[in-house]
Structure formats: C-alpha cells, structure tokens
Design a protein around this ligand. Structure first.
Ligand SMILES: *Cc1c(COP(=O)(O)O)cnc(C)c1O
Length: 222
C-alpha cells in the first residue's frame, strides 16, 4: 500500500510509542501510566453500565459529561467540548483554529506531536527557544501570529508558567488563539480554565490520560 501514500504522509516521521515490556511486577514510568488500579467506586460505576446500552450510539453531544466537567471547573456547559483524548481535541484545534497565513508558534522543547500535526495539516509554524533556565517568556512570542500552543506544565521540562504569564500572552496576542495544553496540570499548578471567561482567545485542553489514567490490569502488588 505504501506506494499509494499521499505526499504529506511521505513527509511524516512515524511516532515511536513508549516500550511496553512483557515482564510482570514492573512499575513502568516511561509512558506515564499509573501503577495503581482505579478507585473501587470507578469499578462500581463501570459495572453498573448495562452492556445492552452499548448497541446504541451514545449522546452525540455528550451533554451529561460536559455538564459534569463544567460544574467541576465553574464553566457553562456550552464552554466545554469533549473528544476522544486530548490528541483529537488538539488536532481539531490545529485544523479549525490554528491554521492561518501567519505561522503558529510553540516552544522549541515541548510536546513532540505539535510539529507532526503542523506537518499533517500543512500549517506554517515556528518554534521559540526556551529561556536559559528552561522557562517560557511570553514576551518572546510575536504579537502577530497565527496562534500559539504551549503545554503547561511544559513537557518534558516540567516547568510551570504562572497564570500571570499566561495572561500576558493572551493580552499580547489578542487577535489569535492561545491554546494551553494542561495534560500535566494536576501534578502541580493552577489551571488556566479560570481565565476562560476573561479571554475569548483562550482554549484550555485537559485529559484524563495522565493524572486520571484508568489502569485495569492487576496492580504490580497483586
Ligand atoms: C499525553 C499528552 C497529550 C495527549 O493525551 P491524550 O491521551 O490524547 O488525551 C496531550 N498533550 C500532552 C502535553 C501530553 O503529554
């Protein structure tokens, strides 16, 4: 099939997933998985779902889930969008909000998928070097841009940007969308979700994959 690949696929470098060793009794940290099983209440909730319900499409607007997320963050249901993992949400944001004639900006050391989506969706992009101490300086980002995306805390540096710095970034580039990718925010730091009502150019993305990962294999202690 590979001879039928499109031009864009030919330019991509395949992603190498983290190694999944087949050894038992190993606490794996390389792909950010939790060594602990979910709370018994999670298991109860899963068991309470009737398998019969799975033959129907779920609510296409995920209203119950969006209401629960909105209540958790003090937002309106209409302000919440859900997808199949934040990679999907970010990919949709690249296509729908970050593809413009001016380039998209992100830090030179950050989530390795940003350059991949940029290439896939043919989005002009530039990287901005981190400061000497690995921090991100909002003043280093051009005022005129096609969008900005920054993980906070940044990955893989673990460096946190303050809400004041994020405010500065949002004010500086008020004509374009700033995406704050909060995959690791639960490990320390204040969420920019509290700025959503203040700035209409802010998109905050979170995921259940890191701090809330559902790990159903037997725990390594078993
Ligand atoms: C893991 C990760 C994601 C994607 O997580 P999903 O499993 O797709 O929800 C997005 N951004 C960063 C910075 C990540 O580390």
């Amino acid at each position: 099939m590979s001879r039928y690949w499109s031009d864009v696929v030919n330019t991509l470098t395949p992603y190498l997933p983290g190694e999944q060793p087949l050894l038992d009794k190993l606490v794996k940290l390389n792909t950010n998985e939790s060594p602990y099983p979910p709370s018994p209440r999670v298991m109860d909730a899963i068991s309470a779902v009737s398998a019969d319900a799975l033959r129907l499409y779920p609510d296409p607007e995920s209203v119950a889930l969006r209401q629960a997320i909105a209540a958790r963050f003090g937002l309106q249901t209409e302000q919440v969008f859900v997808g199949n993992g934040s990679d999907e949400v970010i990919a949709l944001a690249f296509m729908g909000l970050l593809k413009h004639s001016l380039p998209l900006y992100f830090p030179d050391v950050s989530y390795s998928f940003y350059p991949v989506w940029s290439a896939m969706f043919d989005i002009a992009h530039r990287t901005i070097p981190l400061d000497q101490d690995f921090s991100i300086d909002p003043a280093a980002y051009p005022v005129k841009n096609g969008g900005i995306i920054i993980p906070n805390p940044n990955a893989p540096t673990g460096m946190l940007m303050s809400l004041d710095s994020i405010r500065a970034l949002l004010q500086r580039s008020a004509e374009s969308v700033v995406v704050i990718d909060e995959a690791y925010i639960d490990f320390g730091g204040e969420s920019a979700t509290q700025l959503i009502d203040e700035y209409d150019n802010l998109l905050v993305v979170q995921t259940l994959s890191k701090s809330c990962l559902l790990y159903t294999s037997p725990s390594p202690r078993d």
